[in-house]
Ligand binder design. Structure first.
Ligand SMILES: NC(=O)c1ccc[n+]([C@@H]2O[C@H](COP(=O)([O-])OP(=O)(O)OC[C@H]3O[C@@H](n4cnc5c(N)ncnc54)[C@H](O)[C@@H]3O)[C@@H](O)[C@H]2O)c1
Ligand SMILES: OC[C@H](O)C(O)[C@@H](O)CO
Length: 369
């Protein structure tokens, strides 16, 4: 595709529920190691929907119009003079956050914690729901022939799950309980299975999500009830035959009752990882954590090796991300797609890039969750 003659139409959030399409100038390479990528597909993440609805996530506030989107795949259309790993025409998964590479977290191998991170669609930085995107070549992951560009757009949420499951240090034979069966929870469950967990229990409050989880990868499911956290935990353990508790519990819901249940579900000396992002402050069962000597960790985005492993898991057939794609819609239908995600009936909708020719439309996207 020739960027000179193609559209760089972008989907821009002005303020909550106020969006527009605008043809922006095609960006130029910023350095010799950069590549220019034509965006093929972009998934809608809960954080995009949150910005669209509320204009802010925590202290990240949309003050100026911002292009949404950060879960993208694309095709390389231009490479900088120092790029050795990619060439024009390569199909890639696009890692959407670029750290400074010089600070202490970057140098210690935790670039996801870089305070200078420039992350797509996190104010003040524009996102990838656009025609063309400039990225450092080492943040672009070439897709093997067996992996489609649609699957390539699923690498971002899969990398989030890879990071969470790595934080949990899941090993073969372990039992893992995952709170939440949205895209991130489902992918955590799948990655835990791929890492060798023998029991993976998905917990949610929506029955259809658990039915999907069972068909996707989970060995057990449990519908969380409006009862005390200890009771929910006892039910989960009974349901899954985990009398002593689970080796690992992951929260991928961000919901306070689920976090509380997690600490009562994990075994003595087990591991708890916080992946969900909900309220900033909650009531946390700290005595359970103390008395059980629980290892509790946070997990934020993805770091060294996570994107590459995510691509490998898809290429090796270990995680079938295709099953999570509820539908693909035209670029001009982006706002309708956001509304559909907000209704909560779909797992993942992909928006085709503005230069991508597709037949599907938002009205054809069936409910899957
Ligand atoms: N740590 C990170 O870097 C990172 C990255 C991306 C997303 N996230 C967060 O991960 C979470 C999951 O993301 P997602 O895209 O799958 O979101 P989602 O909203 O699609 O999924 C959340 C799921 O949790 C379920 N849920 C709600 N209350 C529950 C409860 N009490 N018990 C059990 N389940 C409950 C919901 O029904 C839903 O299925 C969100 O909080 C999101 O903000 C974190
Ligand atoms: O997958 C990446 C996440 O969506 C983002 O980090 C967002 O949730 C917070 O900025």
């Amino acid at each position: 595709m020739d960027p000179k003659s193609a559209s760089n139409l972008s989907f821009i959030l002005n303020k909550p529920h106020d969006v527009q399409f605008s043809d922006k100038p095609v960006p130029s390479l910023q350095g010799p190691h950069d590549v220019l990528v034509a965006v093929n597909y972009t998934g809608i993440c809960g954080s995009d929907v949150h910005y669209w609805e509320h204009g802010a996530i925590g202290h990240f506030v949309v003050k100026d119009p911002m292009v949404l989107g950060h879960e993208s795949s694309g095709t390389v259309v231009e490479v900088g003079p120092s790029v050795k790993t990619l060439k024009k025409g390569d199909r890639i998964a696009l890692e959407p956050g670029y750290p400074c590479r010089r600070c202490q977290p970057c140098l210690s191998g935790h670039y996801n914690l870089c305070p200078e991170m420039r992350f797509a669609a996190t104010p003040p930085y524009d996102g990838t729901l656009t025609g063309f995107w400039v990225a450092p070549a080492d943040f672009c992951y070439k897709l093997p022939d067996s992996v489609s560009l649609q699957e390539g757009a699923m690498i971002e949420p899969l990398a989030v799950a890879v990071h969470i499951v790595r934080q949990a240090v899941v090993t073969p034979g372990q039992s893992v309980v995952v709170m939440g069966a949205g895209p991130v929870g489902l992918l955590c469950a799948a990655v835990a299975r791929a890492f060798g967990a023998s029991k993976v229990v998905s917990v949610d409050i929506v029955k259809s999500k658990l039915e999907f989880a069972k068909s996707f990868c989970s060995t057990h499911t449990y519908i969380s009830q409006r009862i005390a956290a200890e009771e929910n935990a006892a039910n989960i353990k009974k349901e899954a035959g985990l009398e002593d508790g689970a080796d690992v519990v992951i929260d991928a819901s961000g919901a306070e009752p689920s976090i509380q249940t997690s600490l009562h579900t994990v075994r003595m000396g087990g591991t708890y990882v916080q992946g969900g992002m909900g309220k900033s402050d909650i009531t946390f069962p700290i005595m359970a954590m103390c008395l059980k000597e629980v290892t509790a960790k946070g997990s934020f985005r993805y770091g060294s090796g996570d994107y590459k492993l995510a691509v490998d898991l898809v290429a090796d057939g270990k995680v079938d991300v295709k099953k999570l794609i509820s539908g693909i819609v035209q670029f001009k239908e982006a706002e309708d797609a956001f509304k559909k995600v907000k209704q909560g009936e779909v797992i993942k909708i992909l928006i085709a890039g503005p230069n991508e020719k597709i037949e599907s439309s938002v009205s054809a996207v069936a409910a899957t969750a």
